[in-house]
Design a protein around this ligand. Structure first.
Ligand code: SAM
Length: 430
């Protein structure tokens, strides 16, 4: 795929909440990941300026076939980047509008009383994203925590033992690392530690996964031998975590709509040594809960598309709260897919999670679906030591977990564990 199309696809994925910038760039299949990352990051940094220029020049109205994300990338490169060195027919199109776009940029600078391009960026847009630790999940299908600790020690890292507090995680620096205080198979290294070329990562012995995104599988905790559905599974980090918890015993049915992400997922699961899975490119809403194949499904992990507003490694401009209309559409989809998941007859436990911080996609979805279910399911009060709870928008919402860079040193995240009534657990009724 050409550079500009690949960048536009990553921007679209970010907007849909398909993942963070790094994950999307790495799973794009584009060979020059650094170049792609830089172009996406810079386009995001300039996004408000690009929106203003595109609006002023009415480019999308003039070129109705030009996809909006691609327009942003092209105009970024034309005005602020390398000046459209590639791009085929799109390059010719953007060049036709070059004079108009440049004039619009000049007008914007006059209006904002600045002379340099950089001055157009609001201070917040230039601020660095909060530095989160590098979390490393040990893949227990291939190794164990002790062996991984020994490996890193041999690579010159000092192991400081199990962390006692979130503050301890935030004070890590240099070549030191800790065992996480909440998740038993998670190691914590200082921010920016890069293990993408480390042999433990390339061989699938460890998975680079944010701590918050390890919560869903950890909380679902299916017993070895269980049948589990991962309803919106790609690119599959949570699926591989579920497989590790199952010790590869049992069956995982994983669904996703996106072919490319499924291909990446397949490679990732093979690398992680996951054997007990079946991947399907299928709309989970079209999966028949009554099919005999799923008659033993007792656990479902549901991590649907969301606004992604909690992802801090997306650059600040991408974090802006999603518009009301988009939120409404996402929440309607999330309610529908959660209701559908709860209709599997043998289901006992379900984890609902998002990387969104919007109440509409989180507490509101859980509350609406629980109400619709009557007393069939209830919320489980998980991980009492977790400091950040669901917003108190309905009785029992505190059973849910929230995560944020400030309070838990993770991406912004939401997790709820639902259990069929009658199952043993400490439960909160909404
Ligand atoms: N759980 C994944 C992981 O940890 O790697 C991330 C999932 S991502 C937040 C949401 C995924 O849902 C996207 O890959 C998207 O393609 C998929 N998706 C959206 N609508 C879907 C549907 N109706 N059925 C199945 N998958 C869907």
């Amino acid at each position: 795929m050409a550079l500009y199309s690949a960048a536009a696809a990553v921007l679209a994925g970010l907007e849909r909440g398909d993942g963070g910038i790094k994950a999307l760039v790495y799973s794009s299949g584009f060979p020059r990941v650094r170049q792609l990352y830089a172009l996406v990051a810079e386009t995001l940094r300039y996004a408000p300026v690009l929106d203003a220029v595109l609006d002023g020049a009415a480019l999308l109205q003039a070129e109705r076939k030009l996809p909006p994300h691609l327009a942003k990338v092209l105009v970024y490169d034309l005005l602020f980047g390398k000046g459209l060195q590639c791009g085929g027919r799109w390059k010719a199109l953007a060049r036709r509008h070059r004079a108009r776009l440049r004039a619009e940029l000049a007008r914007l600078k006059v209006r904002r009383r600045v002379s340099r391009d950089e001055e157009l960026l609001a201070p917040a847009a230039g601020a660095p994203a909060p530095a989160l630790p590098r979390y490393v999940r040990v893949n227990t299908l291939k190794t164990c925590v002790e062996d991984v600790i020994d490996f890193f020690k041999r690579q010159g890292y000092s192991y400081l033992g199990k962390a006692a507090s979130v503050e301890e995680l935030s004070s890590l620096s240099g070549k030191k690392f800790l065992l996480d205080l909440h998740l038993p198979e998670l190691l914590v290294f200082p921010p920016q530690t890069d293990f993408h070329n480390n042999q433990l990562y390339t061989s699938g012995h460890v998975i680079l996964q944010d701590k918050a995104s390890c919560l869903p599988a950890f909380l679902l905790s299916p017993a070895a031998g269980s049948h589990v559905i991962d309803a919106c599974a790609a690119p599959g980090n949570k699926t591989s975590h579920v497989a590790a918890i199952l010790k590869n015993k049992g069956q995982i049915f994983a669904f996703d709509l996106d072919t490319k992400r499924l291909a990446t997922m397949n490679t990732m699961l093979m690398r992680a040594g996951v054997t007990s899975f079946e991947l399907a490119q299928q709309d989970f809403l079209s999966v028949d809960p009554r099919a005999s194949k799923y008659s033993k499904v007792t656990h479902i992990l549901l991590d649907p598309s969301c606004s992604g507003s909690g992802m801090v490694t997306r650059l600040p401009t991408a974090e802006a709260a999603p518009g009301a209309e988009r939120l409404q559409a996402l929440a309607a989809f999330q309610r529908r897919i959660l209701s559908h998941a709860l209709s599997f007859p043998a289901l006992r436990r379900l984890v609902y999670s998002t990387c969104s911080v919007q109440q509409e996609e989180n507490e509101d979805v859980v509350q609406a679906v629980l109400q619709e279910q009557g007393s069939a399911f209830r919320l489980v009060n998980v991980l009492p030591s977790w400091p950040c709870r669901g917003l108190a928008t309905f009785p029992g919402a505190e059973c849910c977990l929230r995560a944020s860079p400030a309070e838990t040193l993770t991406q912004g995240f939401f997790v709820a564990l639902l259990e069929r009534c009658g199952e043993e657990a400490a439960a909160c009724r909404p």
